[in-house]
Design a binder for this molecule. Structure first.
Ligand code: PEP
Ligand code: MN
Length: 337
């Protein structure tokens, strides 16, 4: 439930409410709005609590949150959350385009890609240094060396980057380099990892699990929020269905559904969703049209030589073309690139 305090409720009134809730065994998330204080109350339902809190001085109303995800719900917070990473802002008017290779392979590869995607209109760079591959025999990433390359390239070119963290013990290390942490689809329910990124002060991109329902995805976000990190961006990247002609099936309806359930920004990854280069542009256009706050697109200087996900990667010309084809839709949606 959420406790909405009166406009002008005093500090001691707020403290008394918090004290009482703490005594009852609830966790509290304190949120200071422009006009009033809102307390998010986390814990199992107990009879009579709402009435008892509502009768306290300084309390305007107590609203039950029916969704199992509390802090992530629109009931808890009505305004869209904006997540800023450098000049990119998710959740506002901007359509944030994140582009780069699946994996960091070399300094030259990242430098060329960063320059090309920035020039074409991307506002963030991507690249995996730790790669959670389906096969243990596939390229696993350059690890810390990859992080160093990302950092150097990002600073030289002037573009912030997101990179995946796969191990709770690496959150601190990756946070030393990255502007945004990525939780991959395979780790969406790695709750220890989610709690760890929840304790960090870095924005987090949370990908939807391969077979996760929207509710499970929002519950994963709740893990991060409940640790105090509200800078979460959801990323729909396709789900497992019976259809074999694409790598996954892009669930476009997830975007407007999430919008009705949560205040968190939601972006789309058409590359992992389809697994096919020729589908990346049409799915990107559809994602923008359905209201996504951004796109994550795999781009490689020479996709045929990529160490991972070459078949779904665009080359530089393909990425430029993609930006041109989404531009009118971005404008029609009242957004800017
Ligand atoms: C990625 O973005 O590099 C990735 C591995 O994607 P996903 O976790 O969505 O499969
Ligand atoms: Mn990939």
């Amino acid at each position: 439930m959420i406790v909405v305090m009166n406009i002008g409720a005093t500090g001691s009134q707020i403290d008394r409410v918090k004290e009482k809730l703490t005594q009852m065994g609830f966790g509290i998330h304190h949120s200071e709005g422009v006009e009033r204080t809102i307390l998010g109350v986390i814990g199992p339902k107990q009879p009579g609590v709402m009435e008892s809190i509502e009768s306290m001085e300084g309390v305007e109303k107590v609203v039950p949150i029916l969704q199992p995800f509390k802090l992530a719900s629109l009931e808890f917070k009505k305004e869209a959350t904006r997540v800023r990473v450098g000049d990119a802002e998710f959740g506002g008017d901007q359509l944030v385009v994140i582009a780069g290779p699946c994996a960091v392979e070399s300094e030259e590869q990242m430098m060329a890609t960063a320059k090309a995607v920035k020039q074409a209109g991307a506002s963030m760079l991507r690249g995996g240094a730790f790669k959670p591959r389906t096969s243990p025999y596939a390229f696993q990433g350059l690890e810390e060396e990859g992080l160093k390359i990302l950092k150097n390239v990002s600073e030289t070119v002037g573009i912030p980057f997101v990179t995946e963290v796969v191990n709770p013990n690496d959150v601190e290390l990756v946070s030393q380099y990255a502007d945004m942490l990525q939780i991959g689809a395979r780790n969406m329910q790695n709750f220890i990892l989610l709690k760890e990124v929840g304790k960090s002060n870095k924005p987090v991109m949370l990908k939807r699990g391969l077979s996760a329902t929207i509710e499970e995805w929002l519950m994963a976000a709740e893990y991060i929020l409940s640790e105090g990190n509200f800078q979460v961006v959801l990323c729909e990247r396709g789900i497992r269905t019976y259809e074999p002609s694409t790598r996954n099936t892009l669930d476009l309806s997830a975007v407007p559904i999430v919008r009705r359930l949560s205040h968190l920004p939601v972006i789309v990854d058409p590359s992992h969703a389809s697994g096919k280069r020729h589908l990346v542009a049409p799915l990107s256009r559809a994602a923008v049209a359905v209201g996504a706050d951004g796109l994550v697109v795999e781009v490689h200087p020479s996709p045929e030589n990529a160490l991972s996900d070459g078949p779904q990667s665009l080359n530089f010309a393909g990425f430029e073309e993609l930006i041109q084809t989404i531009r009118p839709i971005v404008e029609a949606m009242g957004r800017t690139l």
